[in-house]
Design a protein around this ligand. Structure first.
Ligand code: FMN
Length: 171
C-alpha cells in the first residue's frame, strides 16, 4: 500500500474516529465492534493501523484467531445508530449483522469483510500484538480508563494489534 495514498485518507478517518468506526476480524464469525481509538502511522517502512481491543470483548477472541482485520469508517453523521448498537451489544449475545441490519462488503486485498455503506475502508494484516502494560501507563490514565474496571481482575487491559495496511480506499 502506497504511504501517500494512505495518508490522504487520514484527515477524514481521524475526523470520524471519535464518533466511531467498525472493527471486523477475519475468520468465520463476522461481528462488527465499534472502536473510538486507533493509531495511524508508518512503522517498519509500512503504513500501519493499530487498534486496541479489551480482553473482555468477544471481538478479542475473534482477533486472537485471525491474521487480518478491517476498519470501516462511516461518512460524517452517518450510521450513528449502527455504531451505538455495535458499541453497546456483544456478539456473544446478539447477531449484530441481523439486529443492526448491517451487510458485508468483500475485501479487495485479503483483509476481513468490511461494513457496507461506509466511506473509508482499511484492510490490515496483523504484524505485531502486545498487551498494554498498565504498570508503565500514566497513573492518571490508568485510574481513569482501567482503575474502576472490575470486569476482569487485572483491569481488563487492551490488546494492541498492529496491522500493516494491505489496502485503504474511499467508497
Ligand atoms: C464510541 C465507542 C468506541 C469504543 N471503542 C472501543 C475500543 O477502541 N476498544 C474496545 O475494546 N472497545 C471499544 N468500545 C466498546 C465496544 O464497542 C463494546 O464493548 C462492544 O459491545 C463489544 O462488542 P463485542 O463483545 O461483540 O466484541 C467502544 C464503544 C463505543 C460506543
Amino acid at each position: 500500500m502506497d504511504i501517500h495514498a494512505f495518508s490522504a485518507l487520514l484527515p477524514q478517518a481521524n475526523e470520524q474516529l471519535p464518533r466511531g468506526a467498525f472493527l471486523t476480524a477475519g475468520g468465520d464469525v463476522w461481528n462488527p465492534m465499534t472502536i473510538g481509538w486507533a493509531q495511524f502511522g508508518v512503522v517498519w517502512a509500512r503504513p500501519v493501523v493499530t487498534v486496541m481491543v479489551r480482553k473482555s470483548r468477544y471481538t478479542y477472541s475473534l482477533m486472537e484467531n485471525t491474521d487480518v482485520f478491517t476498519v470501516s469508517f462511516p461518512r460524517a453523521k452517518e450510521m450513528a445508530k449502527e455504531l451505538a448498537f455495535c458499541g453497546a451489544r456483544s456478539g456473544r449475545d446478539v447477531n449484530k449483522e441481523k439486529e443492526a441490519k448491517l451487510s458485508r462488503l468483500a475485501p479487495r486485498s485479503g483483509g476481513a469483510e468490511a461494513v457496507a455503506g461506509c466511506g473509508i475502508v482499511m484492510e490490515c494484516r496483523i504484524v505485531q500484538k502486545q498487551l498494554l502494560d498498565l504498570s508503565t501507563l500514566d497513573p492518571e490514565f490508568r485510574e481513569k480508563y482501567y482503575g474502576g474496571n472490575l470486569s476482569l481482575p487485572d483491569g481488563d487491559p487492551h490488546m494492541l494489534y498492529v496491522g500493516e495496511v494491505l489496502a485503504a480506499y474511499e467508497l
